[in-house]
Design a protein around this ligand. Structure first.
Ligand SMILES: NC(=O)c1ccc[n+]([C@@H]2O[C@H](COP(=O)([O-])OP(=O)(O)OC[C@H]3O[C@@H](n4cnc5c(N)ncnc54)[C@H](OP(=O)(O)O)[C@@H]3O)[C@@H](O)[C@H]2O)c1
Length: 242
């Protein structure tokens, strides 16, 4: 049985990905901060699911991941779905720093731990959900968009490092547009909303096919294509919201 760990599996895209992988016969280690949500998921397939409360901001999180991998009896795939973010037009620094601590520090902590595990094991697969928000700096969500760009670049760097060290680690970077999850339940209206189950299906397909970078869906691929063409002198004038 193939074994995957999902950090950030208590809701949204991570939760839906867990459901699909379970159906596909994977044995799972799942983590997040909310124990009751982890227990709910475990109750669906008690023999197939192992749970651990992990806060990626916690310095002990890498050790907790290692304990979860041990309990699972190994790991073939690591999925990083943990993330926070919101619009912050008034630039409240507590909100900005929270995003950095979860999406940058927490991300590095967990991705590094997964990388080290796979390097030792002789191979494996790391999949992270970043966002199309990393394409350009977004004025309404500065820390969030910058943190997602950081994630994109960090995965590029680790892919090269894996090659340098001969580690045989595969990488998948999932970049969704707006997804209807708790993440966006802030009372604002978001266009072109996708369901979490749809994005999770695309994630699982990308993992199975070992795709490197996937923008979900085609409408966002088009949007990102045009975003990239806009010169910075015009980009700064656009009222892009995220
Ligand atoms: N929704 C969107 O429109 C959208 C678009 C593009 C990219 N994304 C990205 O997709 C990923 C998943 O988000 P989602 O949309 O599925 O939202 P979500 O339902 O809010 O899920 C976020 C997940 O992250 C976990 N998490 C947050 N802080 C954590 C921490 N400190 N330690 C451990 N786990 C933590 C949450 O679990 P606990 O609260 O239990 O810890 C939850 O399982 C995020 O990285 C997000 O940036 C989302």
């Amino acid at each position: 049985m193939r074994k995957a760990v999902i950090v950030g599996a208590t809701s949204g895209i991570g939760y839906e990905s867990a459901l699909i992988l379970l159906k596909n016969g994977w044995e799972l280690g799942i983590a997040g901060r909310r124990l009751e949500k982890l227990q709910e998921l475990k109750a669906l397939a008690p023999q197939q699911v192992h749970i651990r409360v992990i806060d990626v901001r916690d310095q002990a999180a890498a050790k907790e991941l290692s304990a979860l991998i041990d309990e699972l009896g190994g790991m073939d795939l690591y999925i990083h779905s943990s993330g926070i973010g919101c619009q912050n037009v008034i630039l409240n620094s507590a909100i900005e720093l929270d995003a950095v601590s979860t999406n940058v520090e927490g991300f590095v902590r967990m991705i590094d731990a997964a990388f080290s595990y796979f390097a030792k094991k002789g191979g494996g697969h790391i999949c992270a959900i970043s966002s199309i928000a990393g394409t350009r700096g977004l004025g309404a969500a500065a820390a969030y968009s910058a943190s997602k760009r950081f994630q994109n670049t960090y995965l590029d760097a680790l892919e090269q490092l894996s090659h340098i060290r001969g580690c045989s680690i595969s990488f998948t970077d999932i970049r969704p547009g707006f997804v209807d999850t708790a993440f966006l339940h802030d009372g604002k209206k978001y266009p072109m909303l996708m369901s979490a189950s749809f994005v999770a299906q695309k994630l699982v397909e990308a993992v199975e096919k070992k795709k490197r970078t996937v923008i979900v869906d085609w409408r966002y691929r088009l949007l990102v294509f045009f975003w990239r063409l806009v010169p910075q002198c015009l980009w700064k004038l656009l009222p892009v919201r995220n």
